[in-house]
Structure formats: structure tokens, C-alpha cells
Design a protein around this ligand. Structure first.
Ligand code: TEU
Ligand code: CA
Length: 557
């Protein structure tokens, strides 16, 4: 397996709007990020992924871009960005930008032109279709609810938007669109950025027949995700790679829903020359019934099966991204851990379980201090377009019980991840001197960076230690992975091995005290505790009982 810097890096994801407000207007910004670079360097991460910072009307918080070469005014100026990049590089930190090119904003100059007339030179930058019998061209639905087609009276045709109607899908079948995207990517790489996270990148190629899709019970439309992994997606990614990406020493990670390990290989295998790695979502729907908007029971055996399959199948060719959290997901400690009595133990355990696997770790802002879900009380507290649209559709239109709806959103809403970063116990968690754009989690007095900085036993210090431990042990970076005790619903345990070095990782996902027993076929001579979340007095590594949410990693040879 080829060794590269991005396989040995730890990525830290920043949601700029909620990270740090530099000018007191209530919204995070680039100067705010720059002010926290020392902190990030101290933590030991290598790469910062910034969610979109480009000019945008913010229908979907920057995922609707109206100028790919300009900085969103609320976040600062291009000079602020140049300064941030220089300051980051000075500290050895790399910067990834979020490339959102499946769609643009409807306020982008291309779309403003495109909608003017049927023969506008930019008409084919987007996907326009005639209606069918006075209705939408097909039954595709938008990810945020309703049809994925919007009728535009100016030209009496419909345009496709797999997300909101302010996010029209670009037409990648048009070579001029692909050239524009290449130019944008080259422009930023020439500026010195270190790579891209590519938003819904496997949605860029639509089936030219635009066939109707299956409609789930109780729904009106087919999920637009049926258009993922379309017919020409690999051709387009290879073209982008060959013409632009391959000319720079950068990293790329695709956001790709609807991808199994078998499908993933075609995107990330080394000889494919497309992407370095991707985000799959197979472990994100484990406890979520998307169709019914309900919680479903979490089964550890399922989580293990999914993550282990990815570990195995992208073993020697391809590379995994390791994440529990991002700006679209609830907080992991509230989800697969325990944000009450075992908050600290379970946060450390979850980090250990994931970040000692093979792949590049992604830490989402606040995860390193165990930030939790937020109990928003009313619909007025929410900011996410996804929640607001769902509310209209489910509660207002379909008459669904409002409390039940809010209960679901308290578990799963994207706004759980978007509350301001908790820096200290001063007003607004030290995030902003103004009124934050979204409510601060009231638990900030207890959970914040400043308190954890001074406590060597904190989650924050544990993350720092874990990152350091990864870097010091080649077996964590490049060793093989084998799940053991696959049938346990309590313990997640696996073995990593490289040459003569072995690593045993044992994690208790419960508040109980299950007994761990090393399977007999595994031989070892001596074990040394590398990291763990409880004090361990030396004892056998082959058999011990675990305390609530305990984790241990033993190095052996
Ligand atoms: O998300 C793509 C995506 O598939 C989401 O709809 C995801 O399934 C959902 O948020 C989970 O609740 C990306 C971005 O990460 C997201 O923030 C954007 O809203 C979306 O693309 C459109 O750009
Ligand atoms: Ca600001």
C-alpha cells in the first residue's frame, strides 16, 4: 500500500458560521477561525476542512453558491481568506475547501442567464425539461421535500433541483459546465488550497432518460437519491482528475450517499484516478427510520458489520474516511454514546473505537469536547432548511403531531451539530459578543474548551493523546483490521496488525460490565496498554471485565 500524507493526517471539520465570531455580528467568520489556529495546532490535527465559505444567499447555509470565486460577505473578504491560508500554512495546517458543484445557487450569474430564454447561451448549464401533461417532467422529489422540479413561467419549462429550489442542478453533460468547474478548481488550487471535500459528488451525472422512480408508502415523490452513481459519473471525475487534480499534491474526499464498498472501489481505488476517499452513510441510518421519521433501535452488531466490511473491502486498494459526525448529523455522544451519566467515558470510547481503525479520521468541531445534541423547544428555534421544509410538509400540510415531529428532530436534526462551538463559560460560550444566529447549547457552562484545557483527564486532552498515539504507531496507520467477537451486542473489539506488531482495541458500548475474552486463536506474548479511558492496574489482556463505556487499546507483539 502506498503511503501518503493524507493517509497519515487527521482532518478537523469547521462549520464557519458556528465556529468563532470575529466581529460580534453573531455569525462565525474567517477571522474567528484564524484566531483559533493555535488551538487547532495544539490539538494536533493536520487538515482543516471548511464548509462552504463562498458568496451565497444562504438558502442552505452556503451550499448554494452564487460566486465560486468570492468569499461570503458575512465570513469576511478574500484578503481574510488569504491571511487565514497563510497563517494555517505557517503552522503546518492544510486547508480543504468544500466544492459544491452538483448545483449552484439560483442567484449565480449562470442561472440568472439560463432562465432568461430557451436559447440563452447558458440555458444548457442547467437541466430544463418540458412538463408532462401539465405536470412535472417526472416524479423525482427534492431532498428537502416536494417535487425536484420547479416550473419557471418565464420560459414555461421546469428546472431540476435535487435540493431546494434555490439550488438548481448543474448539467454536467454539458462540456462547458465541466470546463467551468475545472477552472474553478484550478483557480483555488493555484491559490494554494490543499484539496477539496466534494459535496454530493456522485449525483452529478443524471440518467438522460429521467425515468420515474419508486415512491415509498406515504410519500408523493421518488427520492432524488435514485440519481446517485449515474451513468457518466466516473468519466467526469476522471476528467477532472486528469485535467486538474493530478497536477497538484492535494487530497480529495467525495461526499457520496448511496455507496456500498463495492461501488466505492470504483471511486477510490488507486488505479481509478478519481478521488482519494469518500464519505459513505451506511452507519448513519442505523438508528433512523427516514421514511417514517422515527427512531429505530440501535444494534451494535449492525454497526460492527458495516464498519468492518468497509475496513476489509477497502483494505489494500482504496482508503476509508473515519467519521461519526459532520454538519448534517446529530452529535455522536448523544447518539451512540450516553450524554448523561457516562458522557465523558462514552465520548472517549467512541473516539477510540473509530480513530484506531484504518483510514483518515475526521473530527467535527466540538466533538473533541463531547458536545451534545441540543434540546430545541419549538420550531422557531430551528434554522435548518431541511427541518423547516419538513415541518411545513409533515405538520402543516399532513397534520402530523407536532410534538412527535419535534421529538424526532431533537434526535436527528442537522441543527444539533450547528449550535455554536463552546469555547468557555462566558456569555454565548465565548462564541460571539453579539446575538448568535442560532441558540447556544445551555450546557456550555459545563462543556467547553477552556474548562477541558485545564483538566488533563478531559475529553479534549484524550483526543489530543489519541491523535498523537495514531501518529506514533504505524500499526494504527497502516495495519490490517480484523473484527473479533462479531456477535456481541455490547463489545466492539478488533485487532490491527502490521509486521510483528499487533493492536487490540476493546470498547464497551453499554453502561453494563460485560466480560471480555480474547478468542483462543489469537496469539500474543505481551501486551502494553497504549490508551484507555479508565485507570487500569496491570492485569491480563486476554480476559477482563469492562466498566461502563470502558475502552482499552493494547499494543502487543
Ligand atoms: O448533503 C447531502 C445529503 O445527502 C444530505 O441531504 C444528507 O443526506 C442530509 O443532510 C442528512 O440529514 C450535502 C451537504 O452536506 C448538506 O449540508 C447540503 O444541504 C446538501 O449537500 C446540499 O448541498
Ligand atoms: Ca462574524
Amino acid at each position: 500500500m502506498k503511503k501518503t500524507w493524507w493517509k497519515e493526517s487527521v482532518v478537523y471539520q469547521i462549520y464557519p458560521r458556528s465556529f468563532k465570531d470575529g466581529n460580534g455580528d453573531g455569525s462565525g467568520d474567517l477571522r474567528g477561525i484564524a484566531a483559533k489556529l493555535d488551538y487547532l495546532q495544539w490539538l494536533g490535527v493536520d487538515v482543516l476542512w471548511l464548509c462552504p465559505i463562498f458568496q451565497s444567499p444562504n438558502d442552505d447555509n452556503g451550499y448554494d453558491i452564487s460566486d465560486y470565486r468570492a468569499i461570503m460577505a458575512e465570513f469576511g473578504t478574500m484578503a481574510d481568506f488569504d491571511e487565514l491560508l497563510a497563517q494555517a500554512h505557517r503552522r503546518g495546517l492544510k486547508i480543504l475547501l468544500d466544492l459544491v458543484v452538483n448545483h449552484s445557487s439560483d442567484e449565480h450569474a449562470w442561472f440568472v442567464e439560463s432562465r432568461k430564454s430557451r436559447d440563452n447561451p447558458y440555458r444548457d448549464f442547467y437541466i430544463w425539461k418540458e412538463g408532462k401533461n401539465g405536470q412535472e417532467p417526472n416524479n423525482w422529489g427534492s431532498a428537502f421535500g416536494g417535487s425536484a422540479w420547479q416550473y419557471d413561467p418565464a420560459t414555461a419549462m421546469y428546472y431540476l433541483h435535487c435540493f431546494s429550489k434555490k439550488q438548481p442542478d448543474l448539467n454536467w453533460d454539458n462540456p462547458a459546465v465541466r470546463r467551468e468547474v475545472q477552472d474553478i478548481v484550478r483557480w483555488w488550487l493555484d491559490k494554494g488550497v490543499d484539496g477539496f471535500r466534494m459535496d454530493v459528488i456522485n449525483l452529478i451525472s443524471k440518467d438522460p432518460r429521467f425515468p420515474d422512480g419508486p415512491v415509498a408508502p406515504g410519500k408523493l415523490y421518488a427520492d432524488c437519491s435514485l440519481a446517485l452513481n449515474g451513468p457518466r459519473v466516473h468519466e467526469y471525475l476522471r476528467e477532472l482528475h486528469q485535467n486538474v487534480l493530478s497536477k497538484y499534491d492535494i487530497m480529495t474526499v467525495g461526499e457520496t450517499g448511496g455507496v456500498t464498498p463495492a461501488i466505492a472501489r470504483d471511486y477510490v481505488a488507486e488505479n481509478r484516478a478519481e478521488l482519494n476517499m469518500l464519505f459513505h452513510f451506511e452507519h448513519m441510518d442505523l438508528d433512523k427510520d427516514r421514511e417514517r421519521l422515527a427512531q429505530k433501535p440501535f444494534r451494535l452488531t449492525e454497526l460492527k458489520r458495516i464498519l468492518s466490511t468497509w475496513q476489509k473491502d477497502l483494505g489494500d486498494d482504496g482508503w476509508n474516511s473515519l467519521y461519526w459526525n459532520n454538519h448534517d448529523q446529530p452529535r455522536v455522544v448523544s447518539r451512540f454514546g450516553n450524554d448523561q451519566e457516562y458522557w465523558e467515558k462514552s465520548a472517549k470510547m467512541l473516539a477510540t473505537c473509530l480513530y484506531l481503525q484504518r483510514g483518515t479520521p475526521y473530527i467535527y468541531q466540538g466533538e473533541e469536547i463531547g458536545m451534545t445534541n441540543m434540546a430545541f423547544e419549538t420550531i422557531a428555534d430551528y434554522r435548518d432548511i431541511g427541518v423547516l421544509h419538513a415541518y411545513q410538509e409533515e405538520v402543516v400540510q399532513k397534520g402530523r403531531d407536532c410534538q412527535e415531529f419535534l421529538r424526532y428532530q431533537r434526535h436527528f436534526s442537522r441543527d444539533n451539530a450547528r449550535t455554536p462551538m463552546q469555547w468557555d463559560d462566558s456569555a454565548n460560550a465565548g462564541f460571539s459578543g453579539g446575538t448568535p444566529w442560532i441558540k447556544v447549547n445551555p450546557n456550555y457552562r459545563r462543556i467547553n474548551v477552556s474548562a477541558q484545557m485545564t483538566d488533563r483527564e478531559s475529553i479534549l486532552h484524550y483526543y489530543r493523546r489519541l491523535i498523537k498515539t495514531r501518529k506514533e504507531n504505524e500499526v494504527i496507520l497502516y495495519g490490517s483490521y480484523d473484527l473479533i467477537l462479531a456477535d456481541s451486542e455490547e463489545i466492539y473489539a478488533y485487532i490491527r496488525a502490521l509486521d510483528k506488531q499487533g493492536l487490540l482495541v476493546v470498547c464497551n458500548f453499554t453502561a453494563q460490565t460485560p466480560l471480555f475474552e480474547l478468542p483462543e486463536h489469537i496469539r500474543y506474548s505481551a501486551g502494553q496498554l497504549l490508551i484507555g479511558n479508565y485507570t487500569v492496574t496491570d492485569g491480563p489482556m486476554a480476559r477482563f471485565s469492562l466498566r461502563p463505556y470502558e475502552c482499552r487499546a493494547y499494543l502487543f507483539s
